[in-house]
Design a binder for this molecule. Sequence first.
Ligand code: ATP
Length: 225
Amino acid sequence: MTQRIGIFGGTFDPVHYGHIASAKMLVAKLSLDVLYFMPCQQHPFRKHPGASPSQRADMLTLAVADEAQLQVDERELRRDGISYTVDSLQDIRSEFGEDAVIIFILGTDAFASLHQWERWQSLLLLSNVAVIERAGQQTAAQITESALKALLAQSVTTINASHGELVQLVLEPYIISSTVLRSALAATYQVDSKVDEAQIKVIHEFIPASVVQYIEAQQLYQSNH
Ligand code: ATP
């Protein structure tokens, strides 16, 4: 049987249920054998994230502990400096062989800047792409970059090829981001202000309990940057 592999890249600083729930829906919708979260070493467009690469990987590992089809791929953390997705997909293709159906997954917000990624056109020579509509963010229909619009115009409904196809998916929305959660976590450390129950509710609603415990033990996200 041909293997169907999903690769979900990102910073995951920290991982939240928007990532986890989307990943579970993607396993079902794309008939994946396994979906790998692939945390990046350093976001090419952003200053250094709050947690260290190994802490972000630890949080992901805790978050997927009970999900057999969700795993963590740490290859970008083993490389120094900026992580280029195209290099990772090249490695993954070599590992799984040319017949494997490999699907690189990203939200519409990340897809909107795909044309700025290193050797981005090669991504489709190595894998398929699934663009997931991210609630509260730019929609695929709002993308104006002509090269990206041309790609979206060739969307398929089901991915069957090993590479080269693009599918657009609308999943049940989770209106949350790591940025909002980092702010909520930092707010709980403000000594002068009363503990804000609303912020605590957001943290527990969107971050798995084992990850919240890890964040507390490691004293992560105490200040907002
Ligand atoms: P930040 O707020 O720090 O930018 P984030 O919540 O956007 O973080 P990332 O690690 O940047 O998380 O996202 C990794 C991938 O997951 C991206 O492709 C992004 O579009 C997608 N993603 C993030 N949050 C959600 C969500 N709530 N629903 C669907 N997809 C999401």
